[in-house]
Write a protein that binds this ligand. Structure first.
Ligand code: ATP
Ligand code: ZN
Length: 226
């Protein structure tokens, strides 16, 4: 059984694209912390809600393991890890609670500029490099395409030039990186943004009330923004 706790713990990115907007959102919700910029843990002052500063990739797992109760993470990362859990037969342990309206990007399939794009069936038998193998494999299956997925942890966009893949599936915001690598985006696999992720299971202790309050406050802040 999960440990009982009377404080809520939220994981956010320590540094990177989502770090500042995540903190700004939680501050706008009335949360404050005992300042500890470079440390991993920020103790909640105004409310019993603490922060854990981590790598974004670790956030779904921290929720799954019950180390954290909520997290601010890209939908791309959350869906990928949910897909991976499903693939290896683990139960779904986390889910998206709210879309937060920042960190927008798209997970896209991109092919060399020279290709005359006719549609997904053109990928049949090709090698596609990505850091999102679970999302890509699911999409290929939905399209009934047999292609090989080449998993790379970074620099996915140079794979076609290196000859290690024919096409790529990567996050795109402006498209400048693709263009610089003579690639063009042709299909969108996922529209992503930062989301509040939390556990699939309900809280059975003090955290239930805190979680409900946090969600109400986030909804209030999001409403002010549109
Ligand atoms: P960490 O050190 O935490 O692992 P990271 O390098 O994986 O950092 P960032 O590059 O900061 O992470 O990206 C975090 C999230 O920002 C992405 O998962 C994605 O949801 C979002 N994002 C928005 N625009 C982009 C983009 N152009 N490229 C990559 N990610 C983007
Ligand atoms: Zn990361």
């Amino acid at each position: 059984a999960p440990a009982t706790r009377d404080r809520l713990r939220i994981a956010i990115q320590k540094s990177g694209r989502l770090a500042e907007p995540a903190r700004a959102l939680l501050t706008a919700c009335g949360l404050s912390w005992r300042e500890s910029r470079d440390k991993l843990f920020c103790y909640g002052e105004s409310l019993p809600i603490d922060l854990l500063l981590v790598r974004d990739d670790d956030i779904p797992g921290l929720i799954a393991d019950g180390v954290c109760d909520f997290g601010v993470v890209g939908r791309n990362e959350l869906d990928e890890q949910a897909g991976e859990r499903a693939r290896i037969g683990l139960p779904q342990a986390f889910r998206e609670f709210r879309a937060l309206g920042f960190g927008q990007c798209r997970l896209m399939l991109a092919v060399p500029d020279s290709w005359d794009w006719q549609g997904p069936q053109q990928l049949q038998g090709q090698r596609i490099a990505t850091s999102y193998p679970a999302i890509l494999a699911q999409w290929l299956q939905d399209q009934a395409i047999d292609a090989s997925v080449v998993e790379l942890s970074g620099s996915v966009e140079i794979a076609p030039r290196l000859g290690t893949a024919d096409a790529i599936c990567d996050l795109v915001s402006s498209g400048a990186t693709l263009a610089a690598n003579q690639l063009k985006p042709v299909e969108t696999l996922l529209d992503s943004e930062a989301v509040l992720a939390g556990p699939s299971r309900e809280f059975e202790d003090e955290r239930a009330g805190l979680a409900a309050m946090l969600l109400r406050r986030i909804d209030g802040v999001l409403k002010l923004k549109d």
